[in-house]
Design a protein around this ligand. Structure first.
Ligand code: ADP
Ligand code: MG
Length: 700
């Protein structure tokens, strides 16, 4: 067979699902099963049952009207029922002709027109019945179930022959009584008809239990392995310096506030890591407004006090600039006397300025570099990068984090490869179960209390039919010298629509607030299509207080700190994710003034909100606690969204469910390090079965 024969559409679809190796196919397990092993008399079927029966066509007709419908009545000798089809093909009419005897499968619906099956499966009656439940596999467009089923089963038999399902869990770690792996895999593809469908479908069956345990073990192994690999690396030692003239102490003394107890605790956790010769990989999590920036600044100070460089990266230019201003304000007065500076790097910078900055970085004169992705570009050469800080870490890709880690630092004295320390910050707390599974390789520090003096934000959910009232409210706030955010919906399908929506809102608010007066308050507009210079100008006007109202389409750009803002209006709040809503709300209530967040929803053409939208809005009213929000968000959306960059490369857990399989997770967490140290070959075999070439991503 020629090597480069083009792939057929189903083959391409298989690739896309990640089904490349035989073992990948064999581990592509059914989503559910259909019971085609028996026939049920219609009379014995209850409404809502999924049944299979054989019956003869007694009539066929086509209805006309807005939608053509093929209506076929069949009789199985115990009862008659109606089959309805919306897409009518001549071949179908022939197959369903009066007198044909058919085997039919589908859900029986009761109703006042008599019992009906909508679009049932049918084939000629007769022929043997399958002896096992029929698996239904997760598939995608262009990949017919029958093709996939065949590919999976042949992959399975090749993988089994190649020994891919040899036991890897060492005997002393195995849980007594669980099913062997090979038997479990076989069974899940070909379950015997006597098994309870419910046990299979809710995945409590022992075969499922075994697969979940295997999967969790693979995940924990990969994390334990990356943790071990990192422990073998070297990083610059950044000693803790507590003397009053050392940079961290000077910074603390210069701050206009005292650290909270929670901030002091995480500062210490980070400081201890930095003083070790092993690269830190620490996630700093803390709710919006909990004061992560100052913690980052203190870590940077410890790094600079050791004569090394620190880089701080933020996902957008506006956020990066905000950090830059803050850090310059805090640190440059302390750095300048030592001849050190803070550099600034972004994509939109003029070439000349960027070259100047790069020179400062290469010479080491810039002790701290703040910027966007530009910081990790190849041309940027550090003299002695020892600490990299990533804000809003989930907005960065795996590749970017890997690039940051690969920025060379001086080799350790023993010649071992050295990497900078890594501090990742996130305002979306990771629920505990996720931290224990997906982030098991990271150390986590948590700021669990807000600085004092914040007033809680009052949250209101209102229909957008009350837009007028809300504009009135804005007018009142503005009249009192307060500032207001208005966030427009994200319309994913169309950036253009997005924009027109924001532009309209902007025009509407400008007109409504001007109200004919000469001293009209300034209303600004910020959207994703604007260039960086314009964005900056708008942000500067809002930050300075000159602009009273900011209409914005982009959620990220609102990641700013304007304590005078007291009202946040979120238009079409039903379209935002829960964590996003919480982040947005966190933009107000930063000062001492009473603040409010208005979640304005629109029920659209359906006339009502979806259940999940309602849950999200309810959660926002019920709690302000970022951890509780994160927990509920996990409940509503599943883990995918939390993993940010990890989700792009790391396989999510497909079978295990962290809610119900906590015991297996605990088992896997205990086994993984032992297995790596005592049975390294088995561990590798296990990893390669489950992760193949994908495990690299987990280390980012
Ligand atoms: P986030 O964790 O969301 O990044 P920031 O670091 O932007 O939060 O801090 C929010 C605001 O709180 C900033 O204005 C910051 O200067 C202020 N802040 C931080 N720590 C304290 C503290 N201990 N006491 C009072 N204000 C603080
Ligand atoms: Mg922040």
């Amino acid at each position: 067979m020629p090597e480069n024969k083009p792939l057929s559409a189903p083959q391409k679809a298989l690739r896309k699902l990640g089904l490349v190796r035989d073992v990948d196919l064999a581990l592509h397990l059914p989503l559910r099963y259909e019971d085609e092993t028996r026939l049920t008399p219609l009379k014995a079927a209850r409404d809502g049952d999924n049944v299979q029966f054989e019956a003869t066509v007694v009539s066929q007709s086509l209805t006309h009207g807005p939608r053509k419908q093929l209506v076929v009545v069949v009789d199985d000798g115990t009862q008659t029922c109606t089959l309805r089809f919306f897409n009518v093909y001549p071949s179908q009419q022939k197959a369903l002709a009066v007198g044909q005897r058919l085997r039919i499968r589908g859900e029986v619906q009761g109703g006042f027109m008599g019992r009906t099956l909508m679009h049932p499966h049918y084939q000629q009656a007769g022929g043997p019945l399958p002896s096992a439940l029929t698996p239904v596999y997760p598939t995608s467009a262009g990949l017919p179930q029958a093709y996939l089923r065949k590919a999976v089963l042949s992959g399975l038999s090749r993988a089994v022959r190649a020994g891919a399902f040899e036991e890897t869990v060492p005997a002393d770690m195995a849980v007594p009584g669980v099913w062997p792996l090979l038997q479990s895999v076989h069974f899940l593809h070909n379950p015997t008809p006597d098994v309870s469908l419910a046990q299979l479908e809710d995945r409590t069956h022992p075969a499922w239990q075994r697969l979940k345990a295997e999967e969790l073990l693979a995940q924990q192994l990969s994390q334990a392995q990356s943790k071990q690999e990192r422990a073998a690396l070297r990083a610059p030692v950044l000693p803790i310096q507590s003397q009053a003239q050392a940079l961290p102490a000077q910074l603390l003394a210069a701050l206009p506030f005292e650290l909270t107890a929670a901030q002091r605790r995480v500062v210490e956790e980070i400081a201890r890591d930095l003083a070790r010769p092993v690269p830190m990989h620490r996630l700093l999590q803390g709710d919006v407004g909990s004061g992560k920036t100052v913690v980052a600044a203190l870590a940077a100070a410890q790094c600079m006090a050791a004569g090394k460089q620190c880089a701080l990266m933020a996902p957008t230019e506006i956020l990066a600039e905000q950090h830059f201003r803050k850090l310059i304000g805090w640190l440059e007065p302390l750095l300048l006397p030592q001849g050190l500076r803070v550099a600034w790097l972004t994509g939109s910078q003029k070439k000349k300025e960027r070259q100047q900055m790069q020179a400062l970085i290469a010479s080491g004169e810039a002790a701290l570099v703040v910027g966007t992705h530009a910081v990790i570009q190849e041309q940027v050469q550090f003299k002695s990068l020892a600490l990299a800080i990533i804000d809003e870490q989930h907005r960065f890709g795996v590749a970017q984090r890997l690039a940051l880690r690969s920025k060379t630092v001086e080799e350790a004295s023993d010649g071992a490869p050295a990497e900078p320390h890594l501090l990742m910050m996130s305002a979306t707390p990771i629920p505990r179960t996720l931290a224990m599974s997906y982030y098991a390789d990271l150390d986590v520090s948590t700021i669990d209390a807000l600085p004092p003096g914040r007033t809680p934000v009052v949250t209101k959910v209102v229909s957008d039919t009350r837009r007028e009232e809300i504009i009135e409210r804005i007018r009142l706030q503005v009249a009192q010298g307060r500032q207001v955010y208005w966030v427009c919906p994200l319309i994913e399908e169309s950036e253009a629509l997005d924009l027109s929506n924001a532009t309209e809102t902007h025009a509407l608010l400008s007109a409504a607030l001007a109200n004919g007066s000469a001293e009209a308050p300034q209303v600004g507009l910020l959207h994703s299509r604007m260039n960086e210079a314009d964005k900056k100008q708008v942000m500067a006007a809002f930050t300075s207080g000159a602009m009273a109202v900011l209409v914005s389409t982009t959620v990220i750009e609102v990641g700013v700190d304007v304590p005078n803002a007291s009202l946040m209006v979120i238009d079409h709040a039903e379209r935002f994710g829960l964590s996003q809503l919480h982040q947005l709300r966190g933009r107000v209530g930063r000062g001492a003034v009473a603040s409010a967040c208005v979640l304005m929803y629109s029920t659209g053409e359906h006339g009502r909100l979806s259940e999940t939208a309602r849950e999200r809005l309810r959660a926002m009213v019920e709690t302000h606690d970022g951890f509780e929000i994160a927990r509920r968000d996990l409940e509503i959306r599943g883990p995918g969204e939390f993993l940010g960059a990890r989700q792009s490369g790391a396989p999510l857990l497909r079978f295990a469910d962290l809610d119900t399989d906590q015991d297996w997770l605990d088992w896997a967490r205990r086994c993984a390090p032992l297995m790596l140290s005592r049975h390294p070959d088995k561990a590798q075999q296990h990893l390669s079965r489950w992760l193949g070439g994908k495990s690299d991503y987990l280390k980012a």
